[in-house]
Design a protein around this ligand. Structure first.
Ligand SMILES: Nc1nc2c(c(=O)[nH]1)N[C@H]1C(S)=C(S)[C@@H](COP(=O)(O)O)O[C@H]1N2
Ligand SMILES: [Mo]
Length: 247
């Protein structure tokens, strides 16, 4: 069923036959969400019901969260931000969304519910570390930007590069992006994400291999397809790694 159709169906079902409950329901945050965001309920449902990565406890935390990948961005702008509490940094959401916009770190902390999760990070090189990640759900941030029905993939544009001018990037499909454990993390082990681990914002997708969890995210772009202008969906995918990297 198309998104709009599904929503109309769901909303009608919830509103019909409510009778005396009607007043209570119009007070309910769920109804407000549905009425305020007519494209969103189906996307949230799309994310639900997927297998979850195992969550651990504080006792399981690795003493050191290893770092891997390219050097942190070295451009002046990034270095300046990193020394001034990330003032000036904004995360952009653009492409196939009704409301393209950008978010400061402050907005990401305050406009969205904070999720905490202790999960294992598995690198394709064969090592794992357990860390606690905090931040809004990626899906929550996407929802306020309202992906259009043509949006099928979510591309993460990063600020670091391979020292030869090619920037890191990654992508997920919309279902993976709405996975309840897919976070835009601003904290690692209750501290702001360190520069080495992708400050100020990095994606954390514990259901997929480490290279999917893009660090140093600058912009999130919703696109209709991968391939062509969008490459194979990631820096490492362009070197032959699998786009789908479930663990
Ligand atoms: N922007 C960016 N994201 C990246 C990488 C990178 O080099 N650049 N490396 C990936 C790989 S292979 C891994 S294992 C993890 C490492 O994350 P960490 O440095 O926090 O351990 O980030 C992933 N995301
Ligand atoms: Mo990795």
């Amino acid at each position: 069923m198309r998104r709009g159709g599904f929503l109309a169906f769901a909303a009608a079902g919830m509103l019909a036959g409510c009778g005396r409950l009607g007043d209570t329901l119009t007070e309910s945050p769920l109804i407000h969400r549905i009425l305020a965001a007519p494209e969103r309920l189906d996307l949230a449902l799309l994310g639900a019901g997927q297998p979850l990565a195992r969550e651990y406890t504080a006792r399981d935390l690795s003493p050191v969260f290893r770092r891997n990948g390219f050097d942190p961005p070295s451009d002046e702008r990034y270095v300046h931000w990193s020394r001034s509490g990330w003032l000036g940094y904004r995360l952009f959401v653009r492409g196939l969304v009704e409301r393209p916009q950008s978010f400061s770190l402050y907005e990401l902390r305050n406009r969205f519910a904070r999720r905490d999760q202790i999960t294992r990070h598995d690198c394709v090189e064969g090592w794992s570390v357990i860390g606690k990640w905090s931040g809004p759900r990626l899906g929550d941030v996407l929802s306020v930007c309202r992906p259009t029905p043509r949006a099928k993939f979510v591309v993460f544009h990063c600020m670091d590069d391979d020292n030869q001018g090619t920037r890191y990037y990654e992508s997920l499909d919309l279902r993976q992006a709405y996975h309840p454990q897919a976070l835009l993390a601003y904290a690692l082990n209750d501290q702001p994400v360190p520069v080495e681990n992708g400050a100020p914002i990095r994606l954390k997708v514990p259901t997929q291999l480490g290279y999917k969890s893009a660090k140093y995210v600058q912009a999130i772009e919703l696109v209709p397809s991968l391939g062509g202008a969008y490459g194979n969906g990631g820096y490492w995918e362009d070197q032959g790694y699998e786009w789908y990297a479930g663990v």
